[in-house]
Design a protein around this ligand. Structure first.
Ligand code: NAP
Length: 495
């Protein structure tokens, strides 16, 4: 859909205006607004689920769960915002002799945030997803660039947020929904135009490496560079260790297949690589993978574009030298369905061929057989940044493989001891993001209340009069938020 440039400029100007309003809101007001949005989304009827099912082919039970998760995200982020966690108030009062200044710091919103909807999570990482909730919690107006894969779903979600904006009498620029993907007369992509727009101050993105990197580069070239928080996926390696294999090679293979093929493999935490040292137990694991994957039925992918990418990347990796098809689902795929496949290669070949480290978005994995623990350590050292790395291990395995364990710590945002990486809980301690290229800024998470931190910046006030300080930093803590006062975390007033 073509969008006139003047309309995009108008959206950006509205957002900039709304930011002035946002700065007058307290954390409690923003939290209450977020709870109202949660209620509004929760009340949406079957039209939302039907639209998403039609547009993404995701099954209704999955979408029902994702809707609940999305509502929960708004509520959890709201509660964290209300506690003042992301205001991060720090107060160091002057001493009686006045040889020390009174300095008070807190964090405020960056300004209008451009959010890109993701293909694979039409609710939780899209129009009303975690990026939008965290930007609003931070006090930032949001411009959503709808994902072209689910335009109607996006419109319904946007209408729900807009209804709350209107009911609350907040300025319309608090939230804008942009459906067009091309700027009229220029051929430029809407997302690129808005990333370069002077009134946009940050970007939240989940999608391909190419997309995220392109936006990062545009943002860096601006006269005023801005942060781009792009989550671009990874291959989420699983390291299988000897004792764990001895104790349950078959169970491990079953769990791996279930995770690899969940949702047609369309998760950024999909475990697309598994590695272990050749042994009898590793052979059992391999045979169980081969047997287990045969029964996996092909399932429809999100859209034609993603299916085409899957087939192309699968073919590219499969055609590499010394890489063989190890296991494949029996049933041939039809239409835009994905058929699960696992390739096999040696650690030496993996180390020599960078193509084998590329993500294939879908139910596709690469099984790496190492000849020694040293080879496993070399693979760990060569890995690019990942969202997750899983160690299928016992504690004794960990003790016996300290080099590998140490190396993987540098490579991922979330390290799992057993279990599988799909399924990202929305909790304070979650880290969803990792060293580049998993994400563009490893210091932040895009899941969990800490996602709000991406969209704030600190500002300090030195020796300001009480009357002119923001509410969050006055001696009287009317908002009852937690503050670090002279090094002590407290919600008390300052006497
Ligand atoms: P995508 O190509 O990265 O597109 C996502 C969004 O970013 C779309 O709204 C797109 O806008 C915009 N965009 C992409 N490149 C852009 C550019 N150079 N300039 C301006 N805007 C740009 O992702 P996708 O189409 O949803 O999926 C394609 C592939 O991404 C998948 O096959 C998979 O490999 C990967 N993916 C990864 C994850 C993950 O969790 N990390 C999730 C989904 C997809 P337009 O409307 O202009 O295209």
């Amino acid at each position: 859909m073509i969008q006139p440039q003047s309309e995009l400029d108008a959206y950006a100007a509205l957002a900039a205006g709304a930011f002035r309003f946002f700065k007058t809101t307290t954390v409690k007001e923003r939290a209450a607004f977020m709870h109202a949005v949660a209620d509004q989304i929760e009340a949406l009827g079957p039209e939302l689920l039907d639209a998403a099912h039609r547009e993404t082919a995701l099954p209704l039970p999955r979408l029902t769960g994702e809707k609940t998760r999305t509502v929960g995200q708004w509520r959890a982020y709201a509660d964290a915002v209300a506690k003042g966690l992301y205001v991060e108030a720090r107060i160091d009062t002057a001493n009686k002799e006045k040889t020390k200044n009174d300095i008070r710091k807190y964090s405020i919103g960056l300004g209008p945030v451009l959010v890109f909807g993701a293909a694979n999570f039409p609710f939780a990482f899209s129009t009303a997803g975690g990026d939008t909730a965290s930007a609003i919690g931070a006090g930032c107006p949001v411009l959503v660039k709808a994902h072209p894969g689910h335009p109607e779903t996006s419109r319904i979600m946007a209408a729900a947020i807009t209804a709350v904006v209107e009911a609350w009498g907040w300025p319309p620029g608090v939230f804008s929904h942009i459906a067009g993907d091309e700027v009229a007369g220029t051929g430029e992509r809407t997302g690129a135009y808005l990333t370069a727009h002077p009134q946009v101050k940050a970007v939240g993105f989940t999608g391909s490496y190419q997309g995220g990197k392109a936006l990062l580069d545009i943002a860096a070239r601006r006269e005023e560079p801005i942060p781009v928080f792009a989550e671009m996926g990874s291959i989420n390696p699983v390291f299988v260790f000897p004792q764990a294999l001895e104790q349950g090679a078959e169970t491990l293979a079953k769990a791996y297949i279930a995770s690899l093929t969940l949702g047609a493999g369309q998760f950024c935490t999909n475990p697309g690589m598994v590695i272990g040292v050749k042994s009898t137990a590793f052979d059992r694991f391999k045979q169980a993978l081969r047997a287990g994957i045969r029964d996996v039925l092909p399932s429809a992918m999100l859209n034609e574009h993603i299916y085409t990418n899957f087939e192309r990347n699968k073919a590219l990796l499969s055609a590499q030298p010394e890489v063989n098809i190890w296991a494949e689902a029996d049933t041939p795929a039809a239409g835009s369905q994905a058929r699960a496949r696992i390739m096999e290669t040696s650690a030496v070949n993996f180390l020599a061929n960078p193509v084998l480290s590329e993500e294939v978005f879908g139910p596709f994995g690469i099984l790496i057989e190492a000849a020694s623990v040293d080879e496993v350590a070399a693979v760990a050292a060569q890995l690019k940044g990942q969202l997750t790395i899983t160690l299928a291990a016992t504690e004794a395995d960990m003790d016996a493989h300290k080099t590998v364990v140490d190396r993987v710590k540098d490579k991922a945002g979330r390290l799992l001891f057993n279990g599988m990486p799909t399924g990202v809980e929305v909790v304070y301690a979650m880290q969803h993001g990792g060293p580049f290229p998993a994400s563009t800024d490893a210091r932040f998470t895009s899941v969990g209340p800490d996602a709000v931190k991406r969209f704030v910046r600190p500002v300090a006030f030195q020796n300001w009069p009480q009357t002119h300080l923001p509410e969050e930093l006055k001696n009287v803590n009317a908002l009852q938020i937690l503050r670090t006062v002279n090094g002590r975390l407290t919600a008390e007033d300052i006497s």
